[in-house]
Design a binder for this molecule. Structure first.
Ligand SMILES: C[S@@+](CC[C@H](N)C(=O)[O-])C[C@H]1O[C@@H](n2cnc3c(N)ncnc32)[C@H](O)[C@@H]1O
Ligand code: SF4
Length: 417
């Protein structure tokens, strides 16, 4: 598996140079002249920890959460004040963890953001189903939140117990969502669970759209090596058949495919914190991408608070991409939306896409992975499966390794992927 990802990386970056992350960072971040800049805030607290979940999170304690939010606000000011005036950004997403556990401090966080940034495309918050009640939704709405994403995982008891999740009160969910409407109401599901059938998944999607969702995200289950999950991943052939069947079903229903795993019943319903050209991340484990620089904050809540308390950025590792590495990163995440526009690539990098990756585009067309319509390359059903299949390799070879190390060491010396 590592060989496949390494060879692909060498081929696409035309270099044997690996991705090298170093324990160094810029105190001043070059975001002032970055266009299409998004913001992300990480809140790493959960009431109980799910065995399958790889994200940076710790068990919720009120005092620790308050100390963390103090540090978070300080980090926002440390970075935000590096730009004179207010910097225009696209969207702001809160992820976790369970951001709603810090709802009583949301206004303070938003005030800190508002001192330095202008948000033009809305604010999104990830929610646990237990958070979905009218009073919390009202707090979010009053703070300016326009999109919510609820981690359902499955509405079915058999899969809730496989995943160690409690059942969801569907009637209460529907009522709360009707009482406090949002522009996007997304629901997350995990697919490719043991013996999961098309009927199982179809029932989940139908239930979501009938009970207040206008957008769904269907994530393939990933078996991270450092989690305590006992879930057995589904074999490739079955997974492929399931992904194709559910995609075709969603298309027949007239749902728009807004990204590789997301479908919406309303045209402008969107929820994605990933496909932005540049972004600033605040909080532990948050990542920042500015031109060719990519950095990741420490995963340790304690060390995060200490570093920020000393007036320093909590950056753990930084990579400075070569041009080809940056292009691959760009293409990988742009392809997540199932299409790549050659003119956008050229305006971002100043070189034609065909000149850089003409041969790869030809091969992808011959293999039936993409089709071309003027400047747009669209992913086919087959292409979407192989993107997803490769993404699984990439996640296990790169993200699993990196997060596995960063969970143990707050500030590793060096990391090569
Ligand atoms: C940070 S969590 C979501 C919000 C909230 N904490 C919750 O659990 O309801 C983000 C989403 O990642 C997905 N996820 C978590 N672990 C996963 C795994 N091992 N494989 C695939 N998707 C996963 C889940 O669908 C989850 O809703
Ligand atoms: S899935 Fe959600 S609730 Fe469960 S541990 Fe992960 S972030 Fe926390």
């Amino acid at each position: 598996m590592r060989i496949t990802t390494s060879l692909t990386r060498m081929w696409l970056t035309r270099s044997i140079k690996p991705f090298i992350f170093k324990n160094e960072y810029d105190e001043r971040l070059p975001f002032s002249d970055c266009g299409n800049l998004g913001l992300y805030v990480h809140i790493p607290f959960c009431k109980s920890i799910c065995s399958f979940c790889p994200y940076c999170k710790v068990k919720y304690e009120k005092d620790l959460c308050d100390k963390y939010i103090d540090a978070l606000i300080r980090e926002i000011h440390l970075v935000g004040s590096q730009h004179s005036g207010k910097k225009t950004t696209t969207s702001l997403y809160f992820g976790g963890g369970t951001p709603a556990l810090a709802a009583d401090r949301l206004e303070e966080i938003m005030d800190a953001i508002g001192e330095h940034f202008i948000i033009t495309e809305g604010i999104g918050v990830e929610l646990h189903p237990d958070n979905v009640d009218p009073s919390l939704l009202r707090i979010l709405k009053d703070a300016g939140v326009t999109k919510i994403s609820i981690g359902i995982q499955s509405f079915q008891r058999k899969y809730q117990s496989v995943l160690g999740r409690t059942s969801v009160d569907i009637a209460a969910l529907k009522e709360a969502l009707a009482a406090v409407p949002f522009e996007t109401v997304s629901m997350d599901f995990i697919f490719a669970l043991p013996a999961q059938t098309f009927e199982d998944l179809k029932a989940d999607i139908d239930t979501a759209f009938q009970n207040g969702a206008n957008h769904v995200a269907i994530y393939p289950f990933i078996d991270f090596t450092f989690t305590a999950s006992k879930v057995t991943p589904m074999p490739k052939k079955e997974k492929h058949a399931l992904l194709d069947a559910i995609t075709l079903y969603c298309m027949e229903q007239g749902y728009a495919r807004s990204s590789i795993w997301t479908f919406s019943s309303k045209k402008d319903a969107k929820y994605s914190s990933m496909t932005r050209d540049n972004f600033l991340g605040f909080g532990c484990s948050a990542t920042t991408l500015l031109k060719n620089q990519f950095k990741i904050n420490t995963f340790s809540v304690e060390e995060y608070c200490k570093r920020v308390g000393d007036g320093k950025l909590p950056t753990s590792l930084t990579i400075r991409f070569s041009l080809r590495q940056r292009m691959i990163y760009y293409l990988f995440w742009t392809a997540y939306s199932t299409k790549v526009n050659a003119a956008d690539f050229e305006s971002f990098f100043g070189v034609p896409l065909k000149r850089m990756y003409g041969m790869e585009l030809k091969i992808a067309k011959l293999l039936g992975f993409i089709t071309q319509e003027n400047d747009n390359y669209h992913m086919t059903l087959k292409g979407a499966f192989y993107y997803h299949y490769y993404e699984n390799f990439y996640t296990l070879a790169y993200i699993d390794k990196m997060w596995g190390i960063m969970r143990k060491e707050a500030f590793p010396e060096h990391l090569e992927l």
